[in-house]
Design a protein around this ligand. Structure first.
Ligand code: GLY
Length: 596
């Protein structure tokens, strides 16, 4: 039956642990025989799987591959890819936004998270989005100078490059500079968004002079195939290439950002000090060990990645059918949905900037808590609510500390997955929040509107909301750049996606698809998206298997919301025995391409 596309593939029996064991055994055998012959440690350790870049646009992927060809690292490639995406995919991310990068250094066997999330200006108060005792309407808040956070992307480029870049800094920007000077061909997706009346009604792109001139010359949206030059972006990148981040965070560009934010019709209050003070946080990855020996590592708070991906996979293990008679496709799907509902409810309540509030991140993924939480799986028609990891682990309750969250996330985001020729990996999700961010264009790039990723309502009754705005605080993110390691401790998978709130569901679909259901990278991406947050289950019905899944879930009693035109942008790389396997989301314009 068609639902089979959503559940464990009976045509491809899969035992992840077994496969990894075989791989480990094979590696061990090779190592042993090589050791017996002549081997040096370097030979045993040599990476033989190749290199690959997966991202949202072929021109960006090519820029990354070019860096790898020149001997660059995964981080060099990621910077070059992203600088091009800021030009050809300005709706999703750019240097006026921020990102989380999860980086695996194979030699050191270390995972580092570079948190380049946007930061609220120092003048921000919890009531930042309140007016007359009520939160500003979403669109009013969303399309404003008030929503612009201090961009973190350029600082992330620099900090990660200092950590593990191999190529000269200026080299990384050359593909983007050339493309901005020569002009790039407007893609169908970009043209479609610019012409979309609903989007035009919601954002100010054709009202604000800089973005209107750039995207709507003569009042008409850029058509598919139009060759668009962006000399301002070329000049901005050239200055950064020459002088480093100070060209962005100080001087003329910084002043232009501050002026644009503060002169907006609904102004922010950013100053030059806010920009000069920006710094990337280097954080340990939040990792969880699965019963089958696989390890899932993603970004810690303020990202939701580490908490939600580990919660969903841990809960899935506890909720999946164990009795032969129950092992139906519907029940596997039910386990995935219930795991999502539980994890989303906890994420919404607890995850925020852990530099400002206590986030029980490790408790939330503790197997002892997950065992308690799994028993709370909601009836399909029940209202979801957060669990209490404090109580469950025999300590003081933590749930009453926070009021009910009211955060809404927008979908302007992109994801890059890279494995380099030494087996190092980057999983980076980058964003400007809404499509085209705040619509404010400065010096050839879009400014984010990331501060609406805070809960606009800062308190519920007398209780503060964990993700309330605050000075120098980072808004919670759904971005889940993720790496998976096999039971032998070797890199197995690089995954991530854009998609606002739904990112959590999209990324977990690839984890459950590959680790539990035996799918290839592309098969897992192609599965219909199913988003189980709150009291409804969104099902993507315009993909094969989607309508069947919607019908089956309705039958089980879920409140199904049929969805079309889903916005995931999954880019996945899997390390297989015989090399790298890539997958790119057909819902966007990206590709996964190996280095030849
Ligand atoms: N702005 C999307 C996110 O950070 O989740």
């Amino acid at each position: 039956m068609a639902l089979a596309s959503c559940a464990p593939g009976d045509d491809r029996p899969f035992n992840a642990t077994e496969e990894a064991r075989r791989a480990a055994d094979a590696a061990q055998q090779t190592a042993t025989s090589e050791t017996d012959a002549i081997a040096t440690e370097a030979e045993v350790d040599a990476w033989t799987k190749g290199a690959m870049v997966a991202a949202a646009d072929p021109r960006a992927v090519e820029a990354g591959l070019e860096m790898l060809r020149q001997g660059g690292s995964a981080i060099d490639a990621a910077i070059a890819v992203h600088a091009v995406l800021g030009l050809v995919e300005p709706q999703s991310s750019g240097i006026g936004g921020g990102a989380f990068m999860v980086y695996y250094d194979r030699d050191a066997d270390e995972i580092t998270v570079f948190d380049g999330r946007e930061v609220a200006p120092a003048s921000t108060t919890p009531n930042h989005f309140m007016k007359g005792g009520k939160p500003l309407g979403f669109l009013e808040a969303w399309q404003s100078g008030k929503a612009v956070g201090v961009p973190g992307q350029i600082a992330l480029y620099k900090t990660s490059h200092e950590a593990a870049g191999k190529l000269d800094w200026a080299t990384l920007f050359q593909p983007a500079i050339k493309l901005a000077e020569d002009g790039f061909e407007v893609s169908p997706r970009l043209a479609g968004l610019l012409a979309n009346p609903r989007l035009r009604g919601a954002v100010r792109l054709d009202d604000l002079p800089a973005s209107a001139d750039y995207f709507y010359p003569n009042g008409e949206p850029l058509p598919v195939g139009f060759i668009r030059t962006n000399p301002d972006y070329a000049a901005t990148l050239s200055a950064i290439a020459e002088s480093g981040p100070s060209a962005f965070y100080e001087g003329e560009i910084a002043q232009a950002i501050v002026d644009a934010v503060n002169s907006d019709a609904n102004p922010g209050a950013m100053n030059l000090e806010d920009l000069a003070d920006y710094s990337v946080k280097i954080r340990p990855a939040l990792c969880g060990d699965r019963a089958d020996g696989y390890r899932i590592c993603s970004a810690p708070p303020p990202s939701s990645g580490g908490v939600t991906q580990n919660m969903i996979m841990g809960l899935y293990d506890l909720l999946e059918p164990t009795e032969e008679a129950d092992m139906t496709e519907e029940n596997y799907l039910k386990a995935f949905i219930d795991a999502q509902r539980l994890a989303y409810a906890d994420r919404d309540h607890y995850v925020a900037d852990s530099d400002f509030v206590t986030v029980p991140a490790t408790d939330l993924i503790n197997p002892a808590y997950l065992r308690v939480r799994a028993k709370e799986a909601f009836a399909p028609d029940a209202t979801t609510h957060p669990g209490d990891p404090g109580l469950a682990l025999g300590r003081d309750p933590v749930r009453p500390l926070w009021g009910e969250d009211a955060t809404e996330h927008g979908p302007g985001t992109t994801h890059i997955s890279i494995v380099d020729a030494d087996g190092n990996a980057v999983s980076m999700t980058a964003t400007v929040e809404a499509a085209f961010g705040s619509s404010i264009m400065v010096k050839g790039f879009m400014l984010n509107n990331e501060l609406t990723d805070f809960s606009r309502q800062p308190a519920k009754g007398t209780k503060p909301v964990a993700n309330a705005p605050g000075p120098k605080k980072r808004p919670r993110s759904s971005m889940s750049p993720t790496l998976v390691f096999d039971p032998a401790g070797d890199l197995f998978m690089v995954t991530g996606s854009p998609g606002g709130n739904s990112i959590v569901a999209y990324v977990s679909k690839t984890l459950v698809g590959v680790l539990e259901w035996g799918k290839s990278a592309q098969e897992a991406i192609d599965l219909p998206n199913i988003i189980a947050r709150g009291d409804t289950v969104g099902v993507e019905i315009d993909r094969p298997g989607g309508m069947e899944a919607a019908d089956a879930l309705r039958e089980l009693g879920y409140n199904v919301e049929e969805r079309e035109g889903e916005n995931s942008g999954l880019h996945v790389i899997i390390v297989r025995e015989d090399g790298l396997e890539g997958g790119a989301d057909p819902r966007r314009e990206g590709i996964a391409k190996a280095l030849e």
